[in-house]
Design a protein around this ligand. Structure first.
Ligand SMILES: NC(=O)c1ccc[n+]([C@@H]2O[C@H](COP(=O)([O-])OP(=O)(O)OC[C@H]3O[C@@H](n4cnc5c(N)ncnc54)[C@H](O)[C@@H]3O)[C@@H](O)[C@H]2O)c1
Length: 308
């Protein structure tokens, strides 16, 4: 079995190749059963394990395992470890072990860029990024593959993280700056991406400028939120998969309050890739994309790493 460590995995997943590979897998289809979630740890050492299988008729089956250990920080270890095992679907033979963290962050940024390709205005050059972590720091590079992004405004609860990313982006040809005034930064942008761990709305719908695109990545539990109710109710709403309606507080909270009907969702990423749903109805309308991630994206990325 071939082992792909983090650097090799990263190099095998350039956004120029990963975004079209995801589009093609969304068009082709893939079986993705519900993930298993197991609480394995003890009160002293909590550990949650997620097991995410996927298979398709392109010849492979894969399983991502994610171990989340919130107390690891006290041991100077990351709070999350992830591995991906790719199998030959006909024989069951394991063919590759791939770094799961790299797969997750790169496929997440690529999926957001894929949605933005369909939903953002094609002339979008100004990007505002909330969250300069593992996923957020990849977003400008993924977006640049599909939109003419030139300027990036970065906001993070931790100013050191913003400054570090701004320096990197400026070295890589973007015109980037750290910002403190969120309202101004959101109103300035053609596209806004949130990749934070926030439990309170950060972006207000009233701040979006006409025709802009809001991309929500961070909230993956009902208690997490990055946008207010107005942002998801008053604009053209898209999701990556139906799971988003059950998992993300950005959607579950407005659904429970009666402000949002699940029927308001115009389409999923699969619908967009298959061009079987409309996009924005006018140049002035804003679009919102809420993602929680899918094992389809992990499988597509792992196959790209292994087959090149
Ligand atoms: N949709 C998906 O497919 C998908 C995939 C991977 C990760 N995620 C989610 O995206 C988020 C970011 O993931 P990551 O790997 O980049 O994490 P990370 O820890 O590397 O980065 C998170 C960033 O958000 C900032 N932050 C934390 N709390 C905040 C708050 N309350 N307000 C504003 N900023 C805050 C941190 O300072 C950090 O820079 C997480 O919630 C993660 O679970 C979603």
């Amino acid at each position: 079995m071939r082992i792909y460590a983090s650097e090799e995995t990263r190099e095998a997943l350039p956004f120029s190749r990963l975004i079209p590979v995801l589009e093609s897998m969304f068009k082709h289809g893939c079986t993705t059963p519900r993930r298993h979630i197991h609480d394995i740890g003890t009160p002293e050492t909590p550990l949650t394990t997620l097991i995410m299988p996927a298979w398709s008729d392109v010849g492979f089956m894969g399983i991502k395992t994610v171990n989340i250990a919130p107390n690891n920080a006290s041991k100077s270890l990351p709070g999350l470890f992830s591995t991906y095992t790719l199998y030959n679907r006909d024989t069951g033979e394991p063919v590759a072990q791939v770094d799961g963290n790299e797969i997750t962050s790169r496929r997440t940024a690529a999926a957001s860029a894929l949605a933005a390709k369909f939903l953002a205005s094609p002339s979008s050059s100004r990007l505002t990024l909330l969250g300069a972590g593992r996923v957020g720091s990849l977003i400008p590079y993924a977006y640049r593959e599909v939109l003419p992004i030139e300027e990036v405004a970065v906001w993070d609860i931790n100013p050191v993280a913003s400054e570090r990313l701004v320096m990197q982006l400026n070295q890589d040809g973007f015109k980037a700056r750290a910002v403190e005034d969120l309202q101004m930064a959101v109103s300035w942008a053609d596209a806004i991406t949130c990749a934070t761990l926030s439990t309170q709305p950060l972006v207000k719908g009233a701040w979006l400028s006409p025709g802009s695109h809001l991309d929500l990545i961070g909230s993956f539990t009902p208690s997490m939120r990055e946008a207010d109710t107005d942002a998801v109710v008053a604009n053209a709403l898209f999701i990556d998969t139906e799971e988003a309606l059950e998992k993300s507080g950005d959607l579950t909270q407005p659904i429970h309050s009666g402000a949002l009907s699940p029927d308001a969702v115009i389409g999923t990423l699969e619908d967009l890739c298959l061009r079987r749903c409309p996009t924005r109805s006018s140049q002035q309308e804003c679009t919102v994309f809420k993602a929680v991630g899918t094992a389809l994206e992990d499988l597509a990325a792992a196959i790209l790493v292994h087959q090149g």
